[in-house]
Design a protein around this ligand. Structure first.
Ligand SMILES: [Mg+2]
Length: 278
């Protein structure tokens, strides 16, 4: 299972490099793969799926798609690919916790509060609320984008704390570095790992043990407040970080080369897959 931005892509790039595409195609010949991203279905299709599909030899396309799963909107909606209709098919979706705050009210309030740094991205998300920085289309300013994203994250947490200091019972806020995702607490990326294990069991008879360690999980924002925090905390799956390093905890494990030097983002993920599996 892979986070997308900063894990499959390089930092500040919105699509995967060629070598990553090749590696993923090879991997999906061997086993089911899943992406778990703050992006919504359409954005994943535009920046992930279409780039991948172009590279797959015709005869291998169907078997690749049969092994492909998408956990979009930070895990709040799961999809499998249905090769009969050539489209992703929804497998589950969690509900927004309206009794805490309505989704529309949250979007209106956040738009007012983050105005200096960004705005709510209103287009296609079905469940989560996504706030992007005002520099979203200026990928060359990647450090500034990460700074703005940090500011937006703090404003979100401040607002939710005003409503209820225990807001994390209802909503999680995750900073991806290029924006902030607010998702239902019971539909974060850790939930996606559990659902993936269930799907693998139902559809393919794959057995998993305690903590689902058989599932390799890779992301780049595992720190407190990062949008991979729940994905990579080690409660489920075997997690690796190709981004922020978490000190003094067994998980996530850092990805390193043979000399123990850390390797980041897409390069790290490629190295990990080549040394463990391919
Ligand atoms: Mg990421």
């Amino acid at each position: 299972m892979f986070d997308f931005d900063g894990t499959i892509t390089e930092r500040g790039s919105y699509s995967p490099p060629q070598e990553m595409v090749d590696v993923l195609v090879k991997l999906a010949e061997k086993m089911p793969i899943a992406f778990c991203t703050g992006r919504q279905l359409e954005s994943f299709e535009d920046h992930g799926l279409n780039v991948l599909i172009q590279e797959i030899p015709k005869g291998k396309r169907e078997s690749f798609l049969e092994n492909l799963y998408l956990f979009a909107e930070n895990g709040a909606i799961g999809y499998g690919f249905n090769t009969d209709i050539d489209e992703f098919e929804e497998l589950y979706r969690v509900k927004w916790p309206s009794k805490f705050i309505s989704r529309i009210k949250l979007m209106e309030e956040m738009n007012k509060r983050v105005k200096k740094y960004g705005s709510v991205y209103r287009k296609k998300h079905r469940i989560v609320v996504v706030i992007r920085t005002k520099l979203h289309y200026a990928a060359e300013k990647v450090d500034l984008i990460y700074e703005l994203s940090d500011k937006i994250y703090k404003i979100c947490v401040e607002f939710l704390t005003e409503i209820d200091p225990d807001f994390e019972k209802y909503l999680h806020v995750g900073n991806s570095g290029i924006g902030v995702v607010i998702c239902p607490a019971n539909g974060d990326k850790d939930y996606a790992i559990k659902r993936f294990a269930e799907i693998l069991k139902q559809k393919r008879g794959v057995k998993t043990g305690k903590n689902l360690r058989e599932i390799l999980v890779v992301g780049d924002q595992p720190q407190e407040g990062g949008n991979d925090h729940y994905f990579l905390n080690g409660e489920n799956g075997t997690p690796f970080s190709v981004g922020v390093n978490v000190q003094n905890k067994p998980f996530p494990m850092p990805v390193t080369d043979n000399n123990g030097k850390r390797i980041f983002n897409a390069k790290g993920t490629i190295h990990l897959l080549k040394s463990l599996i391919l």
